[in-house]
Design a protein around this ligand. Structure first.
Ligand SMILES: Cc1cc2nc3c(=O)[nH]c(=O)nc-3n(C[C@H](O)[C@H](O)[C@H](O)COP(=O)(O)O)c2cc1C
Length: 302
């Protein structure tokens, strides 16, 4: 029997497989499709202080081996998240519940993180400073080491649970931002969020997305994500959740060898809603084939 268990800042995950924020709703939407308890954790849809409808449609564009989205943080707001979404996912799931928080100001991050942290259902906070699809927020904090450190410090002041900062790949040197977050007290880092992209409808002579640009993700970005995870794992000593282009158990192993302790699966859920279940089920056989007894042996070996 191989051992798939991993630990993130003292939180135990039965395996490293975690659906990424924004691609698995609030978890409960998938509870009728399969038993969620096969998953190590779930990162819930990004939540802001107030409810948001998100951006105008069209807000999804297809692209070979990936997609571009400009959903724009559609969510019911922190109050509904804490009062409805967290209790309802807990009814179906006993693994690690990750509350993903976004904001347009430090005050908003602080207020939302404090509320999510105080909720008994939350195990880990994931602070998204990397959303490319909203103006004046998200990414503005993730592309400056100083701003990233400020958000981290402010959020850490009001949280007792582990805080992971979710980093943007839309920067020249991701290790500079990663180190600033670690120095400011982050307990862990999640990377990568989406890469800024664009498609044009050449017949209509217009951008495909109403928002013009959007976040590119899916299988095509895997090598970029892997490289950044590896760079950050070497630059920092806090745990990393690797994310970007993961679509099978072999990708999970590769991400972990690059330095990830847990691995998130995003756009692939939209292509195959059962992919996280399939990865969790196939992981032990792939480990056996590769002679891996325990996943903790391979974290960051490259
Ligand atoms: C439709 C969609 C919505 C997303 N919404 C969020 C979000 O609310 N918060 C967040 O931190 N990341 C969000 N992301 C980013 C993903 O969590 C993930 O970081 C990114 O897509 C890279 O992983 P992937 O290549 O496996 O999709 C979203 C991605 C997609 C495709």
């Amino acid at each position: 029997m191989v051992n798939t268990e991993v630990k993130l800042c003292g939180v135990s995950l039965k395996n490293p497989v975690v659906p990424a924020s924004g691609t698995f709703g609030f978890g409960v939407e998938m509870a009728d499709s399969y038993d969620l308890n096969i998953l190590g954790g779930i990162s819930l849809k990004g939540t802001t202080r107030d409810a948001r409808y998100g951006n105008e449609c069209p807000r999804i564009a297809e692209t070979p081996c990936g997609m571009i989205n400009s959903v724009g943080l559609q969510n019911p707001g922190i109050q509904a998240f804490v009062e409805q979404k967290l209790p309802s996912v807990r009814k179906h799931f006993n693994g690690a519940v990750i509350a993903n928080i976004s904001g347009f100001s430090i005050d908003e991050y602080v207020e939302c993180c404090a509320k999510a942290d105080a909720a008994p259902q939350t195990d880990i906070l994931e602070v998204n400073i990397s959303c490319p699809n909203v103006h004046g927020g998200g990414l503005a904090f993730g592309t400056s080491a100083k701003a990233a450190a400020e958000v981290t410090r402010a959020v850490k002041d009001v949280c007792r649970k582990p805080v992971f900062i979710k980093l943007s790949p839309n920067v020249t040197d991701i290790t500079e931002i990663a180190r600033a977050c670690e120095d400011a007290g982050a307990d862990g880092l999640t990377l990568i969020n989406t890469i800024l992209g664009m498609r044009i409808d050449i017949r209509r002579r217009k951008p495909v997305l109403a928002n013009r640009y959007g976040g590119f993700s899916g299988r095509a970005v895997f090598p970029v994500a892997l490289r950044m995870v590896n760079q950050v794992a070497h630059a920092c000593s806090i745990p990393v959740m690797g994310c970007g282009g993961v679509s099978c158990a072999e990708d999970v192993i590769e991400m972990m060898m690059a330095g990830a302790t847990a691995v998130q699966v995003g756009a692939e859920n939209l292509r195959n809603p059962f992919v996280c279940k399939e990865i969790a089920e196939s992981l032990p056989a792939v480990m056996e084939e590769l002679g891996i007894d325990s996943l903790t042996e391979i974290i960051g070996i490259i």
